[in-house]
Design a binder for this molecule. Structure first.
Ligand SMILES: Cc1cc2nc3c(=O)[nH]c(=O)nc-3n(C[C@H](O)[C@H](O)[C@H](O)COP(=O)(O)OP(=O)(O)OC[C@H]3O[C@@H](n4cnc5c(N)ncnc54)[C@H](O)[C@@H]3O)c2cc1C
Length: 399
């Protein structure tokens, strides 16, 4: 689906159409960045998505937005994103955002200790959170069978969003604020030029002082081909829809020991997902294994935690590719030793809930040249040469 064009930009000496920033990748991160740069800073932005907008991980995501994170930066990022998504939903489309609350159930002593420190972290960040007993968790989600759990962490302001629609909305708002957003015009060739970067695609050349790579799982390959590798590992993760005929929304639930989550989905369905396949994949040459072991794992989880829904049929199952980093923190900022080249990725399976804030803070940093808010996630924090590493699951409260 080709995008529409913004007013004609000026041309550089080489004849390229001149912009303030070029963005590669039309997932939620790239589109949100295009919007924030154009809207808050009045930048002339060109965004290129090589296939379908939201066709990468953003269109496959479960859409859980939870402040139950293991780190103060992440909590702040999710909380900022959450508020942005709620506002966008109020202003544009009420189906984008639903406040459901979230429950993380633990069955071990260690898990219970994890909840206690998570509550401290959340309260320090002024997030409403409390540890509840198994009985209270059962009252918050009566269809769940959690009486054998030790405790649960409840965050009442957690939400679920519609990730594809949110991504497309950011793209639309970026265009309405003057960005040029294009897609599906073939491979884009990026190259450094004396005053920044040029992108050649669809028979035109676009130039800007800054090029931001927001290609999700494909970022590793894009940066490698540009001669600026970073330690990233794409990995596969799966989800499915269960035709449970649910009548009322319910808090999303994650079982820490079984490592499966569920959330309410429009139309009375339940979306379920589990952790990740802990090995690196090449997103350009993907040969995914069968969904069967995943579906069996979800079936076992449903029997144990949601017996009332256990016999419901599976409507669809799918996989998407996420991007891991060695320390499970995002990678946002200047690419080391590559003038004018930036990266926005490495969300370790939680990019929807961080993209609003990450892109807003990155837009501010690009415009002001100050990276204070993003220092902790600076891509330069890793020492080359980069050793291969295994992706690690992300839905935990521990480092
Ligand atoms: C099953 C599943 C469940 C998930 N659940 C959640 C959840 O509940 N909450 C949450 O926060 N996150 C969740 N995630 C993670 C989330 O989807 C990602 O972290 C997020 O979507 C990443 O967004 P992105 O824009 O960085 O990448 P993507 O959405 O992957 O976008 C990258 C885009 O770049 C494009 N591209 C690639 N190469 C090029 C190129 N050379 N030129 C131009 N464009 C290019 C791709 O086509 C793609 O559209 C889930 C992911 C999966 C797969």
């Amino acid at each position: 689906m080709p995008g529409t064009s913004a007013p004609s930009p000026s041309r550089s000496h080489s004849g390229a159409r001149a912009f303030d920033a070029l963005i590669l990748g039309g997932g939620i991160a790239g589109n949100a960045l295009a919007f924030h740069l154009a809207h808050e800073h009045g930048w002339k932005v060109f965004l290129y998505e090589r296939h379908t907008p939201a066709g990468g991980a953003s269109g496959k995501a479960a859409g859980i937005v939870s402040t139950q994170c293991w780190n103060a930066w992440d909590i702040r990022a999710v909380e900022t994103s959450r508020k942005e998504y709620r506002r966008l939903s109020e202003e544009h489309d009420e189906t984008l955002f639903l406040e459901t609350g979230g429950l993380r159930v633990v069955s071990s002593e260690e898990g219970e200790r994890g909840l206690a420190s998570a509550v401290d972290r959340l309260r320090a960040a002024k997030i409403e959170a409390r540890v509840v007993t198994a009985k209270e968790a059962g009252e918050l989600l009566p269809v769940a069978k959690v009486d054998d759990a030790r405790a649960a962490l409840y965050t009442p302001k957690d939400a679920v969003v519609a990730p594809t629609d949110l991504t497309l909305l950011y793209g639309r708002l970026a265009r309405e604020n003057g960005a040029q957003v294009e897609s599906d015009l073939g491979a884009a060739e990026a190259r450094p030029v004396p005053k920044g970067w040029e992108l050649a695609v669809g028979g035109h050349t676009y130039s800007a002082p800054k090029l931001i790579v927001a290609c999700g799982a494909w970022t590793k390959g894009v940066l490698g081909r540009l001669g600026h590798p970073l330690p990233l590992a794409p990995y596969l993760t799966r989800a499915c829809l269960i035709k449970a005929n649910v009548r009322k929304p319910f808090p999303w639930l994650h079982d820490s020991e079984l490592d499966v989550y569920v959330r309410p989905f429009p139309g009375g369905d339940v979306l379920a997902g589990d952790g990740t396949e802990l090995k690196e994949v090449d997103p350009e040459h993907l040969s995914p294994s069968s969904d069967l072991p995943f579906l069996e794992n979800v079936a076992g989880f449903m029997q144990r935690r949601f017996p009332a829904w256990a016999s419901s049929s599976v409507g669809a199952s799918w996989h998407g590719i996420c991007t891991s980093t060695p320390d499970r923190r995002p990678m946002i900022g200047p690419v080391p030793d590559a003038p004018g080249l930036f990266v926005l990725t490495g969300f370790n399976g939680f990019g929807v809930m961080r993209a609003g804030a990450a892109s807003r803070w990155m837009a501010d940093a690009l415009a002001r040249g100050r990276w204070t808010e993003l220092r902790e996630v600076d891509p330069g924090r890793f020492e080359p040469p980069y050793a291969p590493f295994e992706p690690r699951p992300g839905f935990t409260l521990e480092r």
